[in-house]
Structure formats: C-alpha cells, structure tokens
Design a protein around this ligand. Structure first.
Ligand SMILES: C[S@@+](CC[C@H](N)C(=O)[O-])C[C@H]1O[C@@H](n2cnc3c(N)ncnc32)[C@H](O)[C@@H]1O
Length: 322
C-alpha cells in the first residue's frame, strides 16, 4: 500500500468486512485525518504516495474503528451546526438531530420577540440562557454564536465533560459569555453568584466584571432553558450499537431504567428559574413524549409544541412558562 487509492481501498475493505456502518465515509475521514488533507485533495490526487509512517498510522486507526471505536474518537472531532467540536470519550458525540433543538429554540425566541413588538433581528441582547447537560458544549456554543448578545450558563454533572466544553468554547471564542457550572441539572444555579466578564460590545469596552441580574433569591432569571438530557433506558442498552454502548459515557446516555426519569426534575427546576414567558426547549428520546408531555401542562406551561426529526420521531418539545 503506497498510494492514496490503495490505502483507501484497503481501509474500506477492512471496515466493510468488520460490518462497520458507513464504512466508506469512515475510511475517508480517517485518511483525511492522518494526511491533514481535505476530501477534494485526496480524490484529485489518487496516485499520490503516502509516507510509510502515515500508512501505518492509518491502518492502526482502521483496526481500532473495525473493533468498534467511533470515528469521532479517533479523529477527535465532530461537526455540528457547521462548526467543528472537539470530542473525547468523556462527552456525547454531537448528533445531527440535536440541531432541531437549536432551530426550535431560535424560532420560539424570534416569535417571542415579535409578540413583544421588538425588532426581528434577534441578537439575544440581554437574554439569559441555560444549557443543562452541556457535554461537549455544542448547544451552548452554537447559541452563543447565533445570539452574540446573550449570556449563557452551561451545566453538567461531569467535570470531565465541562473541561471539554470549556476548550470548545475557547476554540470558538465564546468563553467570556458562557459560565460553566459542574452541578446536577440546575441545582447550583439557585445560588450562583457568578461574575461575568462583559464581552466587548460595539465600542471597545474594558471588560468590566458585572453581576448577572438575579431573582432576589440569587438565581438568574432565565429567558430560555435548553437541554438534551440523557434519555436512553438502561433496559434498551442491549439494542444500542456497540460504538454507542461501549464507547460513549454512560452519564450521557442513560436517564434511568426507562430513560425518561430525568425530565420531571428538569421541568420542575426549570419552572423555578424561568422568567414569566420564558421558554423551555427539550430534546426527546424516541419514546419520551408520553412521559414528558403531561409534565408541561397549564396552568404553569403554555404553547406546547412538538417537533419531529427527519426520521419522523417526536424529537423536540418546547413550552412557555406562564
Ligand atoms: C445526552 S448528553 C448531551 C450533551 C450535549 N448537550 C449534546 O447535545 O450533545 C447529556 C449530558 O448530560 C449530562 N448529565 C447527566 N446527568 C446529569 C445531571 N443530573 N445533571 C446535569 N448534567 C447531567 C451528561 O454528563 C451529558 O454530558
């Protein structure tokens, strides 16, 4: 094996023989990773020679992928909302269906602004947002990019996940607007006395430290809470792909025996932290809706919407706090 075409062919064959899903894409991504090239380059230079050390590294990665390690753990990255995120075995690999949660959150915020008679260009000015169970930080970071005026709290029970999320926030230059907290759900938000570095606005600001607004009991008053909580049932573990079951963090996968156990506390705590008219947007597991929808009923919750993903699964539920 000395050229690109030969290497790719061998990688694809080994992954196909190991019944790896999307084996061609996986082999391509691993070769791109090893060579530090893009897809256009490798397909326009099929005869290019590969250094023996690179070929060796590629085949070692192919062997690890064939044994079940996710491609993203081998390349250390995953794209989400057009941005590249670092991923490690400490965080859930961002999934495309989670982009629906962001779409719903941005749509509902825009409708809320329209109803309030404010201008339609939504920059998130003065909005306070929380992402619960932030993992890689993908949701919090995308919201920080989409809403450059917003301040964001991002919580996770896993210190290791928070460390990855912090690095991703730095990579995307939004560290100053995301306050990371290691806590269960929204628990430590109740007494948070976070100090914020105000990001530079239109004119050069001197990065003053400022207290976030509080509810009077020292809890931030949130405009939006988003969460993609762990929602798989432990009883379903045997049905998961080995890439997921054996390599992604249990804390990120399982919500309990059934899967939907965390939603009740998440919704109860969200009701305490949201402003009147504040929005709650939650990702759902494939069978979560019957357990979650009854928790979002009047008089506390209004305007409940359910959004399906591309596979037709009820994927996102959103509601407004009275
Ligand atoms: C399904 S992952 C979502 C990660 C990321 N937000 C995403 O969408 O890719 C759930 C995350 O919630 C965290 N988590 C699990 N139980 C939690 C709890 N009780 N409180 C806060 N975070 C929790 C896990 O560590 C994990 O990072």
């Amino acid at each position: 094996m000395t050229d690109i075409r030969g290497a790719l062919k061998q990688g694809i064959t080994e992954l196909r023989n190991a019944h790896v899903p999307s084996f061609t894409l996986a082999a391509e991504l691993l070769l791109l990773h090893v060579l530090g090239r893009d897809r256009t380059w490798i397909y326009s230079h099929p005869e290019a020679e590969i250094f023996p050390a690179d070929a060796d590294r590629f085949l070692k990665l192919i062997a690890r992928r064939a044994a079940g390690e996710p491609t993203q753990h081998l390349t250390g990255k995953q794209e989400f909302w057009g941005l590249e995120f670092e991923v490690t075995p400490d965080v859930l690999i961002p999934r495309p269906e989670t982009e629906h949660l962001i779409e719903v959150a941005l749509d509902r915020l825009a409708v809320r602004e329209l109803r309030a008679g404010r201008k339609q260009t939504l920059t998130g000015e003065a909005l306070q947002i929380a992402d619960i169970g932030t993992g890689s930080g993908c949701i919090a970071i995308v919201l920080a990019k989409e809403l450059p005026g917003a301040r964001i709290y991002a919580t996770d029970i896993s210190a290791a996940a928070i460390a990855v999320a912090r690095r991703n926030a730095a990579r995307h230059s939004v560290s100053e607007r995301i306050h990371f907290l290691e806590t269960g759900l929204l628990e430590n938000l109740l007494n948070v006395k976070a100090r914020y570095i105000v990001p530079p606005r239109s004119e050069a600001s001197n990065s003053a430290l400022r207290e976030p607004p509080t509810t009077g009991h020292e809890s931030p008053l949130l405009d939006l809470i988003v969460s993609n909580p762990p929602y798989i049932g432990r009883r379903e573990a045997a049905t998961l792909m080995r890439e997921v079951r054996d390599h992604e963090p249990e804390l990120a996968l399982y919500g309990g025996e059934e899967g939907y156990e965390l939603y009740a506390d998440l919704i109860t705590q969200s009701a305490v932290h949201l402003k009147p008219g504040g929005l709650l947007v939650l990702e759902l597991g494939h069978n979560s809706l019957p357990a979650v929808q009854p928790l979002l009923e009047p008089p506390l919750w209004l305007n409940v919407t359910v959004t399906n993903d591309l596979a037709g699964i009820h994927r996102v539920i959103a509601a407004e706090r009275l």
